[in-house]
Design a protein around this ligand. Structure first.
Ligand code: 1PX
Length: 215
């Protein structure tokens, strides 16, 4: 599904975008992947300006990927698989230490990929939560289990402070604009397996090529 700008924000459409990443032969389409992140960033921005340091970084990384796609070698950036092959064949990735390619596609996508794990963990917590659970706690637990290990202290601290500004579960569900809490839970149940699959395919590919630690 394509997100229409004039319609009210709906998280279902965003998560659908992630589902549409997968090709028949289980490759991950970069256009849809990036569109999914754009939608999430838009959602996050609607929650308040405390999150803008997070969205700035996400938007920056999204833009790097869009630029590759629009560039003269754009066709090599159609899927994560074709990008990895292309950049490795041409020696366009600094795999073990920082060097001439600080903004390679492989490196940039890895940052978003790590954040996708956070998303998966957070959405799973939201899905199984009850009225008494706090979004800030769910969010920081998901973060501590995933992205936090890749972030220096100062970023972890700032992220922790931002999480405290998250609206409570009822408001959060309303902003998602999916319907009743039961409908939110059902939607998340549908979306999560596909998000997990996108995550896992990327994880396996990066692992096969020893790309999980690109600095
Ligand atoms: C129903 C739930 C929807 C929630 C949607 C929220 C979308 C969040 C989008 C976050 C994307 C974050 C990308 C972060 C990439 C990253 O790790 N960048 C760091 C490393 O990059 P570098 O180039 O230096 O190697 C960079 O240092 C990041 C800095 C910004 C802080 C990142 C904190 C990430 C917290 C993620 C959780 C967002 C919580 C929002 C709650 C709605």
């Amino acid at each position: 599904a394509v997100m229409s700008e004039d319609q009210k924000f709906c998280l279902r459409e965003v998560l659908d975008t992630f589902q549409s990443c997968l090709t028949e032969n289980k490759e991950v389409r970069i256009d849809q992947y990036v569109a999914g992140w754009r939608g999430l960033v838009r959602f996050m921005n609607s929650l308040g300006s405390v999150f803008s340091f997070i969205s700035k970084d996400a938007v920056n990384k999204i833009q790097i990927m869009v630029n590759y796609r629009n560039g003269e070698n754009g066709e090599h950036y159609a899927t994560v698989q074709s990008m990895v092959k292309y950049e490795l064949d041409k020696g366009l990735v600094d795999i073990t230490k920082r060097g001439s390619f600080p903004e390679s596609g492989c490196r940039t996508l890895l940052r978003l990929h790590r954040a996708l794990r956070w998303l998966e963990l957070f959405l799973e917590r939201l899905r199984t939560s009850t009225e008494v659970d706090k979004t800030s706690v769910m969010c920081s637990e998901a973060y501590n289990e995933s992205l936090a290990q890749f972030h220096p202290w100062i970023i972890r601290k700032a992220a922790g402070m931002a999480f405290c500004a998250l609206p409570g579960r009822p408001t959060f569900f309303e902003v998602m604009n999916v319907g009743t809490p039961e409908q939110v839970v059902a939607m998340l149940g549908d979306a999560l397996p596909l998000i997990s699959e996108v995550y896992q395919l990327t994880q396996d590919l990066y692992s096969q090529h020893n790309l999980l630690d690109i600095p």
